[in-house]
Write a protein that binds this ligand. Sequence first.
Ligand code: ADP
Ligand code: MG
Length: 215
Amino acid sequence: MMASVDTAALLDWIHRFRDVVTEKRDWLTELDSAIGDADHGANMARGMDAVVAKLDAGAPATADELLKTVGMTLVSSVGGASGPLYGTLFLRMGMSAGPVTELDATALAASLRAGLDGIVARGKAEAGDKTMFDAMAPAVDALDAAIAGGADLVAATEAAAQAAAAGRDATLPLVARKGRASYLGERSAGHLDPGSASTTLLLETLAQATADSSR
Ligand code: ADP
Ligand code: MG
């Protein structure tokens, strides 16, 4: 039974996310070419490459500094909506985490909740607007519910990843009300939202990193 994620596990999470957005860059770009400007895969891969380069040059020892470094690097290296949105997510996670070297389940959930609140503060998205919110919000809710129900961190982050994937899939029929895709109006329906797809990868890699560090 695993009780917390340490900074090594957070670092592993960041590396895994970089790897998967690189591996799935073309898919993310394809999703964005249907309802946006075909740059989401490139944006995420470039941003996470910059993050990993920065962390490889010297990773901070505490969760707050590590997460804030991720956020600031994304803001400064990614143009487009996703840079500031993902940047704010990580910056707020860091502020919530504080100068610690381990986050227990409650602290991790609070940190992700703060990140979600940051996305909303910046982008004003609501449920059903067909954005990354539609994957992130159900994931954070599922994480809270799993922890309240007594699940350990591995099971709780797995539940969050599954909720994110369900939220991503539920964006398919939606008409976009935020971001570039909203310019298409009704024609945005019938396509997955790219940001909800990358956010699901973020939650899936968190579950993987958590499971791995508990072994
Ligand atoms: P851009 O739209 O500037 O080209 P990206 O293609 O990298 O940037 O990212 C697009 C994604 O950003 C969308 O799929 C959506 O999930 C997310 N997004 C856009 N606007 C908002 C917003 N206001 N709130 C939350 N997420 C948003
Ligand atoms: Mg785009």
